[in-house]
Design a protein. Structure first.
Length: 293
């Protein structure tokens, strides 16, 4: 492993850094631009990205954001074929721990998420103010002394046509976050959460979760109330055929997802970010040669 980043003062520390596991094959470059701009809008200072086999358009876009200082890209060998779930999981674990140990003193907080999700501040507009609001609500005097992680409930903004997502076609086609504003998740029996972690307190990262705590560092974990913030997940469930061969856990989740068909909740919280998000995205698309007439 290369030498980790060193930080000589708090003023050099990046408050929020994202660790993205590994990107394979094709990721819609418009969705990548929107994701990176949304992260930056909420206060993320650095995104660490592992590129295994992305196509030219996505790689070009990441190079641009690397030149802008937002993204760091590390090349990862492509999957050996035939690939297995074990292979993919192991590679994600390697990438996430590489990111953790290079940045555990460079980042104050570390967020392990995918390109189809982000932490959504609902009571505020930035992650910094969200942490302050959570600490006030839960009577935390000093988050760095007492809180290991802030865990956010996953809410699914689905795009499967059979679930009737009813996208808002008045919003630009490059903005999934603004078009898809119907979701489920808060009422799901199986609760999924992802977290903002105090970087210096995590010793081992699994896929999206810290599973080891550094001795002598905070251990407290807060399950954040949905009114303060959520993990917004923009996904295609592929649950239309529950009989398809899949692990029992996935079949169970699909059955529950299908029970919400036609009964999604309208959630317009993203509209508070609309003006700033579009203002930031549009010039980037022009620079990248991706603008649509």
């Amino acid at each position: 492993m290369e030498n980790p980043h060193t930080v000589t003062s708090e003023s050099e520390q990046i408050e929020f850094g994202v660790c993205h596991a590994i990107a394979y094959y094709h990721v819609d470059p418009y969705r990548l631009v929107e994701w990176l701009e949304m992260l930056q809008l909420t206060g993320v200072g650095k995104v660490v990205f592992y590129n295994s086999s992305l196509q030219q358009a996505e790689s070009k876009m990441l190079e641009y954001y690397q030149s802008e200082g937002l993204v760091e890209v590390y090349q990862f060998p492509p999957l050996a074929l035939p690939e297995t779930q074990y292979d993919a999981t192991l590679r994600q674990v390697l990438a996430l721990n590489h990111c953790l140990y290079r940045n555990m003193h460079r980042f104050k907080y570390i967020i392990p998420i995918d390109t189809d999700e982000f932490i959504m501040p609902r009571a505020t507009r930035t992650l910094s103010s969200l942490i302050r609001e959570i600490n006030r609500a839960y009577s935390i005097e000093s988050e760095t002394d007492s809180v290991h992680s802030y865990k956010f409930r996953n809410v699914n903004f689905v795009q499967d046509e059979f679930l009737n997502p009813n996208p808002d076609l008045s919003k630009p086609g490059y903005s999934h976050f603004l078009r898809y504003r119907r979701r489920f998740g808060a009422e799901m029996k199986r609760v999924h959460r992802k977290a903002i972690y105090l970087a210096k307190s995590c010793s081992v990262m699994f896929v999206h979760f810290c599973v080891g705590i550094v001795p002598g560092t905070p251990k407290k974990s807060i399950a954040v109330d949905e009114e303060l913030g959520t993990l917004n997940h923009y996904r295609i469930t592929n649950c239309w055929n529950v009989r398809e061969r899949r692990p029992a856990r996935d079949r169970e989740e699909c059955l529950e997802i299908n029970s919400h068909r036609g009964n999604l909740t309208q959630d317009d919280s993203m509209l508070a970010f609309e003006e700033a998000l579009l203002r930031n995205i549009e010039p980037k698309l022009r620079v990248l040669g991706m603008a649509r007439d």
